[in-house]
Design a protein around this ligand. Structure first.
Ligand SMILES: Nc1ncnc2c1ncn2[C@@H]1O[C@H](COP(=O)(O)OP(=O)(O)OP(=O)(O)O)[C@@H](O)[C@H]1O
Ligand SMILES: [Mg+2]
Length: 240
């Protein structure tokens, strides 16, 4: 039987007169990699912000492992296992790479050996050589991996990844896809926001498509990107 780790139920989020999310309903199955696509400004990041508790929805519910978490503050949701990475990673520039990973472990990881756990996570994402380096030594792909390691430090059960492939070379994108698959294989469910189609194709079991805050399609990647509604929504933008 397929179990849902997350149910988004009729979420509406307004910013003044703008309806950024319009009654969005979506289920995430435990253990899957679900892609979330949609043109610029369609509400993808806003949905992640609502699920993680950074924004409060105007209506609707967020159900996590059968529990209504709609009114919980962000740190409580992280404690329960809901983590995310950022479209633009924001590490602490005054700390080393290793110290950046130690921070979330200190707050949420419940590990006696914070430094050792952080180092293992750096090995997992392939950044151990940079453990003692300042953040300035990292290129974009490395910063995105650092952001992943930081999120993993909170021991998530579901990890929402906001445009991790944007701006990376093809080789880096492939490398990142393999890394995300190994995260899923370690037992973490993934919600992957992405524009890069070959990345979604390689990675996702299913995709959901948003357009102007409305869910317009859902299903198999190949089927969804051939749907007329999806093609129309992307007019003027490149589906790579
Ligand atoms: N804090 C905010 N205040 C006001 N408007 C906002 C805010 N956050 C998002 N919006 C608006 O809500 C809409 C959805 O934005 P969102 O960032 O969720 O889109 P997105 O799908 O992530 O786009 P992109 O692909 O460009 O990252 C946009 O019109 C955006 O301008
Ligand atoms: Mg976004």
């Amino acid at each position: 039987m397929m179990t849902d780790i997350l149910n988004v139920r009729g979420i509406t989020k307004r910013f003044g007169g703008l309806v950024a999310l319009n009654k969005v309903t979506m289920d995430v199955h435990e253990g899957e990699i679900l892609g979330l696509m949609g043109p610029n400004g369609s509400g993808k990041t806003t949905l992640v912000n609502v699920i993680s508790g950074i924004y409060k929805a105007d209506s609707g519910q967020v159900i996590y492992m059968g529990r209504d978490v709609t009114n919980l503050p962000p740190h409580k949701r992280v404690e329960l296992g809901i983590a995310r990475t950022f479209q633009t990673p924001r590490p602490f520039n005054s700390l080393t790479v290793l110290e950046n990973v130690m921070m979330p472990i200190l707050h949420f990881g419940h590990e006696p050996d914070v430094r050792g756990t952080a180092y293992k996570l750096l090995e997992f994402v392939g950044l151990e050589k940079y453990a003692e380096s300042p953040i300035g030594k990292l290129n974009l792909a490395m910063r995105k991996k650092l952001d992943l390691a930081r999120a993993l430090g909170t021991k998530p059960k579901i990890l929402m990844i906001d445009e991790i492939a944007a701006g990376l070379s093809e080789g880096e994108v492939n490398d990142m896809a393999n890394l995300l698959m190994s995260i899923r294989d370690s037992g973490v469910t993934l919600l992957v926001i992405e524009h890069v189609i070959f990345f979604l194709r390689k990675l996702c079991d299913r995709v959901v498509v948003l357009d102007e805050g409305v869910k317009i399609a859902e299903g198999d990647v190949e089927e969804v990107i051939r749907m007329q509604e999806v093609i129309s929504a992307y007019i003027g933008e490149v589906i790579e």
